[in-house]
Design a protein around this ligand. Sequence first.
Ligand code: GTP
Ligand code: SPV
Ligand code: MN
Length: 614
Amino acid sequence: MVDVDQVLDEAGLKNPHVREFVAYWAQVTGADAIEVVSAEDDERLLQESLEAGELLPVSGGRYYSRSYFKDTARSEERTVVATSKESDKGVYNNWKPAEETVATLTERMRGASKGKTMYVIPYLMAPQGSPLEAYAAGVELTDSRPVVQQMIRMARVGVDYINELKDQSSFVRAVHVTGDLPNLGQGTPDDQRLFATVADQRTILHFGSSYGGNALLGKIAHGLRQACYDGKDSEVFLAEQFLLLGITDKQTGKKFHVVGGFPSASGKTNLSMTLAPDALGDRYYVEFYGDDIAWLWVGDDGRIWAFNPENGVFGVAKDTNEASNPGAVEAIKPGSGAIFTNVAYNPETQDVWWEGKTKNPPEDVTGWLDWKGNPIADRTPEQADEPWAHPNSRFTAPISMVPNAAEDYNNPAGVPVDAIIFGGRTRDREPLIRAITDIAEGVYDGLTLGAEATFAAEGVDGQLRYDPMSMRPFMAYSEGEYAAHWLHIIGRASQPPIFAHVNWFQRDPEDGHFLWPGYRENVRALLWLLQFKAGEVKGQETAVGVIPTQDELNLDGLDLPQEDLDRILSIDVERWRQEIEFREEHLKQFDGLPEEIWAAHRRVAEALERAAQA
Ligand code: GTP
Ligand code: SPV
Ligand code: MN
């Protein structure tokens, strides 16, 4: 048995509640050793992982990790939110009773870390000193060293964060046990994986994966699911899968902040790291705050404030290149310390590649291994078209490496939010942007956010599904209460943000090409929104919001086919009337949806009927 007290004493870990938590799980998991880690341990841990072969070297002091081939994404079916009250059950949160969930996981974890070290990761999901600090502290226990390295990049990690807590017992207790990956029956009826947020105990127990969203517990499980629950429970804040960016107009000196909810793998990382298009770059500057999570609350000034609780970026590698996301390319360049997961790797040149990194894969395939570790050179003709990298392969880098990271991203006060946008991958119907000024209609729009399924979660690529506020995989309690909480928080603001719905993914129905070039050009739509909010442009009223007129949208330096522009700046009323029926079915699933939301739904439906008759 490990002498837990001695290890914790040596690490200077004083918080008595944390000590008790560590001792308990050390005994359950049967780990052979315990080690308390801080961000300063990164270099040593990386060396240890290189020596152990858990990480492979990428040129310029970067790292490569390959996961078990059945462990490459979040698994929504195996993810649950457990509490002791059944009224927390929603449509999407896979609610389970707390007691049996904790019992099941304790049994799965029993003895499962034998022969391994259990790392103790004290962390903070917030800039230090923030008004939401009481909800931000956590301790993750993990038996995977690469998980530690990822957490060091994604969260603020160090013993001081939990020793100095005002309420010493107020931290999230997070336990990650990898399990015997080749023998967990992934995807079979006997699947042993289980990922539980026991929300009313502020405890997270994840068993059976070492992939990001299943294993970096500060990020998704705490930063989203637990915080979603805490935000409602306290009535103080919202925790959302949102990007957070700033746009400065250098001409007027004004700065705006936008948060955006896009479902997984739908462009949050890209938009938050984007640069203004070349033609507008002299005037506008975009700053990065966050690409995946924002916590929002009402400030004393009556505005909505927000910060990104994370310290790093866990971005989709696919299609990341100098044109699509120069900021990301810079953040993972030699010297960045980036970690790549499940991309293609060449041990001879210590190089990495993924689809879309360059137009074509490296011509000389000598040494190249696909994400499963199989030599590309050995591929049969039938295998020739298989991707080299897993479509959900990712890179991990700290925000400090992001070239357009805002100077104040670490400011605990957060930033005031001017606009809340929602957007998904939608091949038809959704115009480039539609602004919504009414709060209930904005919340309704978020609740009816739809997107085609992506590879970030196990599911069918291309199939349309609703994803309320992009929180479907992270919803912690019932959708009806969630909607009410949104109305409550935003409704308390005397200077609320404007809402908008955006879509970069509309396609030509004939040949399938994207009607909008996307990426950096997306800034143009946001600029219109901010101008609209300021009353500088009027737009065009439609049944589903205000859309830009063609001359209002700044298209300097952009050459778009007129018919594409016509399509993305118009409303297909018939298609929308059909959508309203799907929405009605979607919303009916939610118990206790506030009347304001139904009223907003009816207003939109009636406006569409009027438009159809006109
Ligand atoms: P998570 O990290 O899973 O929550 O996803 P995310 O929303 O941060 O997704 P990300 O920004 O990494 O984008 C995922 C994919 O969408 C990448 O393959 C991008 O190349 C693609 N993408 C992003 N923006 C655009 C765009 O404006 N147009 C088009 N066509 N594709 C885009
Ligand atoms: C997502 O899937 O939405 C992500 C990646 O941001 S993960 O952290 O794995 O959930
Ligand atoms: Mn995400």
